[in-house]
Design a protein. Structure first.
Length: 132
């Protein structure tokens, strides 16, 4: 939707990886702890024109902001679930790749991360989404 496009920090990019996580989801916490810290560099490896938008939602603003302070990356707070509904998802964590015109071209719920280190896991995750 147009509301979604306007809020994306990577709207000037060819592709945007949208990460939707919540504070209460254990898989989201695993993703946040092990993969998210290395993800920006990993995306750069595979696509010079891919951005990332992190949305933390479906909880109270205090818990959302606490999770946001841990990730140390810009994020959108979605306490009221507006983005969750706009994305049409029904589970977390959810991941989407959006093209430059705002169309979702890839979507996945949950994640599997192959690799022996967090950095390797992030590289494999990024390759699955934005790699050629």
């Amino acid at each position: 939707s147009s509301a979604l496009e306007r809020h994306l920090p990577c709207r000037d990019k060819e592709k945007c990886l949208i990460v939707y996580i919540t504070p209460w989801c254990s898989a989201c916490k695993t993703f946040e702890k092990y993969i998210l810290p290395s993800l920006p560099e990993s995306l750069d490896l595979y696509s010079k024109n891919a951005g990332m938008s992190i949305i933390i939602g479906k909880d109270n603003p205090g818990k959302i902001n606490f999770m946001g302070s841990r990730i140390q990356l810009p994020f959108i707070s979605d306490a009221d679930g507006k983005f969750y509904r706009a994305l049409g998802t029904s589970a977390v964590p959810s991941f989407f790749v959006v093209n430059s015109s705002g169309k979702i071209i890839k979507q996945r719920t949950g994640f599997s991360a192959k690799g022996s280190t967090p950095e390797e896991m992030a590289k494999n995750f990024a390759l699955n989404f934005v790699g050629k």
